[in-house]
Write a protein that binds this ligand. Structure first.
Ligand code: B1H
Length: 841
């Protein structure tokens, strides 16, 4: 467009309602009423809460859109180095509350909707929680996008727009029942479809062809194409900054997927066959946490996602007509685990086959562009793809991987001559039957930096997963960046009571952007009046949770009891089984006590929540056991209020926002060395909840920050686990005596039909107690008794609670993202506000 017209567009926008949004209550009401009529095509004569929520969301989104456009326009002009966070999962949670708080408009909107006859709290509950992730890995991606937006860092997220998110869970007869999460069935005002499309191909064959320069090149051709279309999701930042997540949806490539010829011949199924293919591709998120299912459709999802994203980034890069050698100075790709690793051979393919670069030049660009975050050392979670599947779905990529591997192994051979065993160990191709591509090795070889997500985990990554690689590349390539959480969502938004007390005490809200300031709360830890205010907020949060428990489970619990919470995906390594076995032990001990003795034990409410992967039978059986125990304990008149067991169905981000601020104790009790980091541990502690945990993942750094006295740690250490397992193999498992009586009770039918629990009990005996439940049982029970004892000392408990929050400054996602920016991406966040970038570390 010529400059004069550009100017005219600018002026027109300035005159538009979008640029002239007022934030007084009457204007906000006007904007809500406008959207009710114009965007939703409804009137006030037929109103449901959900419609008012949608109108309100539109009104709020208008304000974000303006920021979005301004921010992205600035990047386009300044062309800074950009970061692309590639993740198969973004567990964003609800958007409206978050956006209103980020733009400081919640109070005004509250008043506005009140004047229109609604309570803001009720409207916020109308929003469906977009569940485009499984657990910690997906939520981390969301916290990182939030931090980048808050820091004005030019980072985009790329992901998939699954038609169905993580399944919705209900409990029937104590068993988990799954239903599809049809989150898009209702209009969702927080995504913006774009006219941006790329075709992605699968299958086909590789041929030799001449390119424009008369050189012979390999080309990958296929008739099987699916189109990726972009949906943008705004990420509210600070001071008018707004980030972006671009999610790809699959569509048929041409003519909307309709085959008119087939239709005319009466082949109706055939006429819409490609439509079905395209619909299926991004229809559903695979519901596995820390487990690879290895389905061909998943591989196609992964490639679809990275191909569209890489095409989009290459397209953006070419707009500026920079030489290819500049690519790593303008682009950083961060791989959120191995799921997007195909981006590495994909970029190599585009550079060599399509853009005509020499192999080595292309590879140099690729390896300077990619960095890889590993999130797990569990063998069942490490992605491997059979070569016969790869060759069929992605024939050219398979060739490229073979070549990369060959050149890599040649270099290893040069450095360590004659070590065939080593070559076998580091080969990207695993010589098993069938042969497999080790995606984690491909990610290491194609990246300039590899990081783990907590100190212990990063140590295990170097020592165990990638030991040979660290010898070859040197230690510097392998670093640690400890996970962080968004203080905005997990304290500011989720716990308004505590937020206000902190702000009042510290004199301003500056702590949100500078979390180490929380340390200034420490001097108040022993102040009685402050303790009372602090615990009153905790109590109010517990009351709020009891209401949810009543509504969701029909169970009444006493908010004065000790709230003991374990909410996370159901997995054997996370040991919810240990927790419920401990509950049974407590139940039996309470039954044996005199009424006087019982009254000296603080009453407890033990709360569980979390989904099991639909195919994970043992994890589902633990859910059943929890519910069976709850049935018995909650209805035992002798026990009365001394112990209650709650299983909250359909645990998700918005439920977490209600649960986390209400904990006295939360449990993070994975077998040492198995939980890479954990992030809910951080969320609980920052909200003044104490934790009972193992010496694992980020628990260790939390202890280091808040002090040994303010955390209940127990159990086997990571470096002892292998020996214990080894010993079990030879001598079998000698069950702890208390644990044995707990198992006896289950098998005697105290909690209903015992036979269904046999497979669960077998995991402790047959083949060894792999997760060391028996080994850790006694230490666990003793630590629980310490918790009881402390809970009776109100002031001592309150002081520890305050010290917990005070010590959590390190765990802001802003700190994590700052470290990624300086150590890996080489973008300097402080230089970005005025549009420039720096490559200095
Ligand atoms: C984590 C996963 C994961 N690690 C495979 N790995 C998946 C692996 O769909 N899959 O195939 C999905 C998820 N998730 C978690 O990442 C760790 O268990 C946590 O300890 C960690 O806090 C979190 C974020 O780093």
């Amino acid at each position: 467009l010529q400059d004069e017209y550009l100017d005219q567009w600018g002026k027109a926008l300035e005159q538009s309602p979008l640029a002239n949004q007022q934030t007084d209550v009457a204007s906000l009401q006007a904007s809500i009423a406008y959207h009710m009529n114009a965007s939703l095509f409804r009137t006030q004569h037929n109103l449901e809460k959900v419609a008012v929520y949608q109108a309100l969301a539109h009104s709020m989104a208008d304000k974000l859109l303006l920021d979005w456009n301004r921010t992205q326009q600035r990047y386009r002009k300044d062309n800074p180095k950009r970061v692309y966070y590639l993740s198969m999962e973004f567990l964003l949670g609800r958007a409206l509350d978050n956006a209103m708080l980020a733009l400081h408009m919640k109070t005004a909107y509250q008043e506005a909707v009140q004047g229109l006859g609604f309570r803001l709290e009720d409207l916020l509950e109308q929003e469906r929680d977009p569940a485009l992730g499984n657990g910690g890995l997906g939520r981390l991606a969301a916290c990182y996008m939030d931090a980048a937006a808050a820091l004005d860092l030019p980072m985009w997220g790329y992901g998939l727009r699954y038609q169905y998110g993580l399944f919705r869970q209900s409990v029937q007869q104590g068993f988990q029942v799954e239903a599809p999460d049809d989150w898009l069935m209702r209009h969702h005002p927080w995504e913006f479809p774009r006219d941006i499309k790329y075709d992605v191909q699968f299958y086909g064959y590789v041929a030799t062809k001449m390119n424009d320069k008369g050189e012979s090149r390999l080309f990958w051709e296929s008739d099987h194409k699916i189109r990726a279309v972009a949906y943008d999701v705004p990420v509210p930042g600070k001071d008018g900054f707004c980030g972006n997540i671009r999610l790809w949806a699959s569509q048929p490539p041409h003519h909307g997927g309709f085959d008119l010829d087939a239709f005319n011949q009466g082949n109706y199924d055939q006429s819409i066959a490609s439509l079905k293919d395209a619909f299926l591709l991004t229809s559903v998120l695979y519901p596995n946490d820390n487990h690879q299912a290895g389905k061909e459709l998943r591989l196609k999802q992964e490639y679809f996602f990275v191909s569209a994203s890489v095409q989009d980034v290459v397209h953006r890069f070419k707009r500026y007509r920079c030489p290819w050698s500049e690519f790593p100075n303008k682009v950083a790709f961060q791989l959120n685990d191995t799921h997007p690793t195909l981006a590495i051979p994909e970029l190599q393919r585009i550079l060599v086959d399509v853009e005509g670069l020499a192999w080595d030049d292309a590879w140099d660009i690729v390896t300077r562009t990619f960095a890889f975050t590993n999130h797990t050392v569990l063998p069942e979670a490490l992605e491997k793809w059979p070569i016969y599947v790869m060759e069929k779905v992605l024939p050219r990529h398979m060739q490229i991987i073979y070549d990369l591997n060959l050149f890599f192994l040649q270099k290893v051979e040069e450095k360590f001559p004659g070590d065939r065993d080593l070559l076998n160990r580091v080969s990207i191709i695993e010589e098993a039957s069938p042969q497999q591509v080790r995606m984690a090795f491909l990610a290491v070889v194609g990246s300039h930096s590899v990081n783990g997500v907590a100190a212990l985990h990063s140590e295990l990554v170097v020592k165990e997963l990638f030991n040979d690689f660290s010898l070859y590349y040197g230690k510097d390539k392998f670093i640690n960046i400890t996970n962080g959480i968004s203080p905005r969502r997990w304290l500011y938004q989720a716990n308004p009571g505590l937020r206000d007390l902190i702000t009042h005490t510290l004199g301003s809200e500056d702590w949100v952007a500078d979390l180490p300031q929380l340390q200034k709360l420490a001097p108040f830890a022993d102040n009685l009046e402050f303790q009372q205010q602090w615990m009153a907020i905790k109590y109010a949060n517990k009351v709020r949770l009891t209401q949810w428990i009543r509504d969701d489970c029909g169970l009444t619990v006493d908010p004065r009891a000790l709230f003991d919470i374990q909410v996370k995906r159901m997995h054997e390594y996370k040991r919810q089984f240990l927790n419920i076995l401990g509950v049974i032990h407590r139940y039996r001990v309470l039954l044996q006590m005199s009424p006087e003795a019982r009254r000296r034990v603080p009453p407890r409410v033990v709360i569980f929540g979390g989904k099991a992967a639909p195919g994970y039978a043992i994890a589902k059986l633990v859910i059943k056991l929890i519910n069976s125990v709850a049935d018995v304990v909650n209805n035992d008149p002798v026990i009365d209020d001394h112990l209650k067991v709650v299983y909250l169905p359909d645990y998700n981000v918005s439920l977490a926002e209600k649960i986390v601020p209400a904990s006295d104790i939360s449990q993070h009790i994975s077998t040492a060395g198995t939980e890479a980091s954990g992030t809910s541990n951080m969320k609980f502690v920052i909200n003044g909840g104490l934790i009972l945990g193992t010496v694992d993942g980020a628990n260790i750094e939390i202890r280091d920050e808040i002090g040994e006295d303010n955390i209940f740690l127990f159990g086997t250490l990571a470096d002892q686990v292998a020996d214990i397992r080894h010993a079990q193999k030879y001598h079998g498992v000698l069950l702890d005596a208390n644990l044995q009586s707990v198992l006896d009770a289950i098998q005697a039918g105290v909690f209903g039909d015992a036979s269904i629990f046999n497979p669960l009990i077998d995991t402790l005996t047959y083949g060894g107690d792999f997760y060391l439940i028996s080994e850790d049982f006694d230490a666990y029970i003793k630590r629980q008794n310490d918790v009881d004892a402390l809970f009776l000392q109100k002031a001592a408990w309150a002081a520890k609670s305050i010290r917990c929050t005070a010590g959590m400054g390190f765990f802001s996602s802003d700190r994590s993202i700052g470290q990624y920016a300086s150590r890996i991406w080489k973008v300097d966040k402080t230089a970005l506000g005025n549009g420039s970038t720096s490559t200095a570390d």
